[in-house]
Design a protein around this ligand. Structure first.
Ligand code: ADP
Ligand code: MG
Length: 309
């Protein structure tokens, strides 16, 4: 199968947005609605770095799109379009069938159109560029947390990191942990709903400590976090009881939850939102004038988050 029939067979889908020009020409064309800004982001997944070699093609596709959707969620943007740059070691039709099937079903769940891409031969790597729309000047930024804001995070953290640790130790992770690791759910509806409620927001991809650290730095503020308030799954709670290794949930990464700050007056709106969306939203601390991140109950470990270089 040549490059062009590969694209035609697996990646040329019907678009939801009939005003956009998709796969086939030199560029995709997008019409921008008045009073909106485009939000755009790109992430690459490399075999052996972002997913283990034994990962199924369906899970690779899911994670590649999901981590990008998580960036749109963090800005409060509505997903609209994506492009896919795919580098494959060989043409394996079974692999392509599973990969494109999973990608297409996640894309249709989040109503995002595949508008183009690039297909090359080499070591397996997947780059997805997502574009969303957000009402002009309303996007959730990292830079606008205010002193006194309450800090929230969605759901639980540390599950993917625990799954990864168990895989490396040849232990079979629970279904719950594996789900977080292979098919993380981007918090798109939450991000959109936080517009007008949250002052600042970031998605937790490299661990709460590092990503909250970015938000604090960009906002020129600090934070006090109560470790006991950090929401954890039963598996991670058990792990902490045994090991006291707080670095796993704080710096393990791959959570794709949202961390956001709100003025105290809006805490009740956050509680209502949690009910409406069926998502856990827990307050874990407050924004302080003193810069830096402090743990109320103390943390007797220095954690190092993943960095590529
Ligand atoms: P060009 O050589 O002009 O860059 P290509 O031959 O690479 O174009 O691609 C032809 C068309 O197919 C383009 O519209 C491109 O966006 C699309 N395309 C290529 N690879 C993919 C892919 N993996 N997924 C979706 N669309 C793709
Ligand atoms: Mg090309």
């Amino acid at each position: 199968m040549n490059e062009f029939s590969l694209i035609e067979n697996y990646f040329n889908w019907d678009n939801l947005d009939l005003n956009a020009l998709g796969v086939g020409d030199d560029c995709a064309l997008i019409s921008i609605e008045d009073n909106y800004q485009l939000a755009t982001s790109v992430d690459t997944l490399i075999e052996g770095v972002h997913f283990p070699s034994q990962t199924s093609p369906a899970d690779i596709a899911y994670k590649a799109l999901s981590v990008n959707l998580s960036d749109l969620a963090a800005m409060g943007a509505t997903p609209k379009y994506f492009t896919l740059a795919l580098t494959l070691p060989e043409v394996d039709e079974h692999w392509l069938e599973e990969f494109s099937g999973s990608l297409k079903s996640l894309a249709s769940k989040y109503k995002i159109d595949l508008l183009g891409g690039d297909t090359t031969k080499g070591k397996l790597s997947i780059t997805i560029n997502v574009t969303g729309i957000v009402p002009r000047h309303k996007a959730l930024l990292r830079s606008s947390a205010k002193v006194g804001d309450v800090i929230f995070i969605s759901n639980t953290i540390g599950d993917a990191a625990l799954a990864w640790q168990q895989i490396q130790q040849n232990t079979q992770p629970s279904q719950n942990l594996l789900k977080q690791f292979n098919t993380p759910e981007p918090q798109v509806a939450l991000g959109q709903s936080l517009i007008g409620i949250a002052n600042a927001c970031i998605d937790i991809s490299d661990g709460l400590e590092q990503d909250l650290g970015h938000l604090l730095k960009h906002s020129h503020v600090g934070a006090k976090i109560n470790l006991a308030d950090i929401p954890l799954s039963k598996e991670v709670t058990d792990y902490l009881e045994k090991t006291k290794d707080w670095c796993l949930p704080l710096a393990g990464g791959d959570d794709y939850q949202l961390c956001f700050t709100v003025v105290p007056d809006k805490v009740s709106e956050v509680k209502a939102l949690a009910k409406e969306l069926g998502v856990q939203l827990n307050s874990i601390g407050v924004i302080t004038k003193d810069t830096g991140l402090k743990y109320l109950k103390g943390l007797d470990q220095e954690c190092s988050a993943y960095q590529h270089f």
